[in-house]
Design a protein around this ligand. Structure first.
Ligand code: PLP
Length: 355
């Protein structure tokens, strides 16, 4: 039986997507060729790229608003640098809410001055700073919508008056937002959309062309936009799996439908964390992420018993990141409500056993 996969990334994807993807490896579109052995310039491959790009824009509600989607390589980590390379002329503003924001800040500093408008490092990033001001003369403001490691999520985004770039790697397509508030959105596919190997970048074209430096072609958004995301050989298979997942999401009713399910899963798991005296949540309650629930045992002596219980229940990867310890239940779009219920049952079993 398939495991209940709570992995933080790469993570669970819909089973029907896996099935279609495996068929495409053997014989794609009845071509008697594999998807991974055809030219990226062939009609069938171009169609994959174009469908994936337009589905992303459609699901985010950004059609006709001047945005384009790219599927690039180098992970979200390369975007830390690319954002700054393409947008930072003098100064950029960053909100530091965790490991990934800190890494984004480090890369941006290579390109210019970085103002850290606020940080929650003082409390091991267990909350989202809420009162801060963004310098009006900054070239852009960078924010991380969901902090995968610490299990916090930004609920309200500021009105900036300057371009806003957002790392949405771990919660893109999971909740309704006014995505047109952002001028650039990026997300590594492997958290909520597909396999590793491609990164979605959604960009409003008119924010480009404002820096004076020469941008190497592979790091230049414009070079990728001009070639319809095929400046060089794109990772067609990773994009295809992402396309299938986006298609699955659309058929399900899009972001409003998945948000409802994500809320249901989060309510189950956080409900149990709060009810069960053996556990305590890590993140500040108002900032809790429905995607990544971080929690600890009140008494570490129960660790071996709990670990045995969840492994026996067919749960995969509930271990917390080393910087938080304890446990992390990642509940991305494709994780079923059923899996969330299994986790709750296991937590209740521990209480019966040792409570
Ligand atoms: C995982 C993650 C990254 C890093 O993604 P890579 O594709 O491995 O470079 C960046 N930001 C966030 C929020 C993440 O969750």
């Amino acid at each position: 039986m398939k495991k209940h996969n709570f992995s933080a990334g790469p993570c669970v994807l819909p089973q029907e997507v896996m099935k279609k993807a495996s068929e495409a490896i053997l014989n794609f579109n009845g071509l008697d060729l594999s998807l991974i052995e055809i030219s990226h310039r062939s009609k069938d491959a171009i169609e994959v790229m174009e469908t994936a790009r337009s589905l992303a824009i459609e699901l985010l509600g950004l059609e006709g608003k001047g945005y384009k989607a790219l599927f690039l390589q180098g992970g979200a980590s390369l975007q830390f640098l690319m954002v700054a390379y393409n947008l930072l002329e003098k100064k950029a503003a960053y909100l530091n809410t965790g490991t990934w924001s800190s890494k984004a800040i480090k890369e941006a500093k290579i390109m210019g001055e970085v103002v850290e408008v606020a940080s929650s490092k003082d409390a091991n990033f267990n909350y989202i700073p809420k009162s801060y001001s963004i310098p009006e003369d900054a070239d852009y403001f960078h924010i991380t919508s969901n902090n995968t490691i610490f299990g916090t999520q930004i609920k309200e985004f500021p009105d900036t008056g300057i371009p806003m770039a957002c790392d949405m790697s771990s919660d893109i397509f999971s909740r309704q937002l006014d995505f047109s508030k952002f001028d650039l959105i990026y997300a590594g596919a492997q958290k909520n959309m597909g396999p590793s190997g491609t990164t979605l970048v959604v960009i409003r074209e008119d924010i480009l062309g404002k820096v004076s430096r020469t941008i190497p072609s592979m790091l230049d958004y414009k070079a990728h936009l001009d070639k319809d995301s095929m400046f060089n050989t794109p990772p067609v298979f990773a994009v295809y799996v992402s396309m299938l997942t986006l298609q699955w999401l659309k058929d399900l009713g899009g972001i409003p439908a998945i948000e409802k399910l994500n809320r249901e899963k989060a309510a189950l798991v956080y409900g149990e964390i709060d009810r069960n005296p053996l556990f305590k949540g890590f993140a500040a309650v108002e900032d809790r992420s429905p995607m990544n629930a971080t929690f600890n045992l009140v008494n570490e002596a129960h660790k071996d018993t709990f670990d045995t219980l969840w492994k026996e229940a067919g749960i995969n990867n509930l271990n917390g990141h080393r910087s938080v310890g304890g446990y992390r239940a990642s509940m991305y779009n494709a994780l079923s409500v059923e899996s969330a219920k299994v986790l709750v049952e296991v937590m209740q079993q521990l209480e019966k056993k040792v409570g």
